[in-house]
Ligand binder design. Structure first.
Ligand SMILES: Nc1nc2c(ncn2[C@@H]2O[C@H](COP(=O)(O)OP(=O)(O)OP(=O)(O)O)[C@@H](O)[C@H]2O)c(=O)[nH]1
Length: 324
């Protein structure tokens, strides 16, 4: 996996929606690009080792490729050339150059002209391309080529912000012991997750976990074994939730998870999965046996989140007392 200090660049943005990226703004920019060039199709395309994905497609009946379409990484498409050379590509008439004969955009879709520029992540890696295609031969003037560069700067500014955000997230909101979000990180990401859930009308559940008698583990086995237990908990939590769910260590032996649920049963299922995971340790080390109390409830998306977090904490305490 390509992973640098700031972000993972081999994941499609469309699969990991981010509040800092305004898809609406990008859509307007692509529509404007196609309009200014009087082109039947305009695109923002993302490249990853698994292929080229249309992130945004101009909204026109004449555009055969909608957002989300993925083209194989080794297809002889125009965008591939840009990713390989990291420079702009202008082909005014592909039919006179045999190298494009096997390009499905030319051979199958009937495109003749292509103008595209590379779009970069802030660390210099190629994000993909920003391009227009035409069924007719074109003769774009230099000012138009300058224009496409300016428009793509708008997209790169958002990618730069995303990079900075990811960096900040890593440095400031990660718990160094467990490697998962600390309290602050959890609250920031939970807020974004709730916004997304409102937009997509999905249901969320909140779990609040506290290790039972953790002080005893420290006292009997030493602080460093206690640390291993906390790391094991973080690993189990990570493994039990989806990538798009948010987990965090609130401090000490308290952990939280904000998860997407389909119905109330999901909460119990995930609770059992987590507790089950605590007892299954790797072969390479043996931790003391421990248990945890997990409280929580379905989230009311329009009610104050921190109040619900407190309620989940109280629910956890009730369960803890219930087992005592
Ligand atoms: N090893 C280790 N221990 C920690 C860390 N942070 C907090 N603790 C310890 O975690 C323990 C938390 O204990 P408490 O919350 O008081 O209670 P408990 O023993 O878990 O008992 P109940 O919560 O009632 O089940 C304290 O002894 C802290 O010193 C840490 O980073 N590493």
């Amino acid at each position: 996996m390509t992973k640098n200090a700031e972000f993972e660049t081999d994941r499609f943005l469309l699969d990991t929606p981010h509040d800092l990226i305004s898809i609406e703004k990008w859509q307007k920019t692509i529509n404007l690009l196609a309009k200014l060039f009087d082109a039947p199709a305009g695109f923002l395309v993302q490249y990853t080792p698994s292929g080229f994905q249309v992130t945004i497609a101009s909204e026109q009946d004449s555009n055969p490729y909608p957002a989300g379409v993925v083209i194989e990484p080794d297809a002889n498409i125009f965008c591939r050339k840009i990713v390989e050379t990291r420079t702009e590509l202008y082909v005014s008439n592909a039919s006179i150059d045999v190298c494009w004969d096997t390009n499905p955009e030319v051979r199958d879709d009937g495109f003749t002209s292509y103008l595209g520029v590379p779009v970069f992540w802030p660390d210099g890696e190629v994000f993909g391309t920003f391009c227009v295609m035409d069924y007719e031969e074109t003769d774009y003037k230099d000012t138009y080529i300058e224009l496409i560069h300016h428009l793509k700067d708008i997209l790169e500014a958002d990618l730069a912000m995303l990079g900075l955000y990811e960096q900040m997230q890593k440095l400031a909101i990660t718990d160094p012991l467990s490697g998962i979000n600390n309290r602050r990180g959890f609250l920031v990401l939970a807020e974004q997750r709730i916004k997304l859930a409102k937009r997509t009308e999905s249901q969320l559940g909140l779990l609040y976990l506290d290790v039972d008698d953790f002080k005893l583990i420290n006292d009997e086995h030493g602080h460093s074994v206690g640390d291993l237990v906390l790391q094991h908990i973080a690993r189990v939590l990570k493994a039990c939730v989806r990538q798009s769910d948010v987990i965090g260590r609130m401090g000490g032996d308290e952990f939280v998870a904000l998860i997407v649920i389909d119905d109330d049963n999901d909460m119990d299922a995930i609770r059992s999965r987590i507790l089950d995971g605590f007892s299954r340790q790797g072969d390479d080390f043996t931790l003391p046996i421990f248990s945890a109390s997990i409280g929580g409830a379905k989230l009311e998306l329009t009610t104050d989140f921190e109040a619900q977090l407190e309620a989940a904490d109280k629910n956890m305490l009730l369960r803890k007392r219930g087992r005592a």
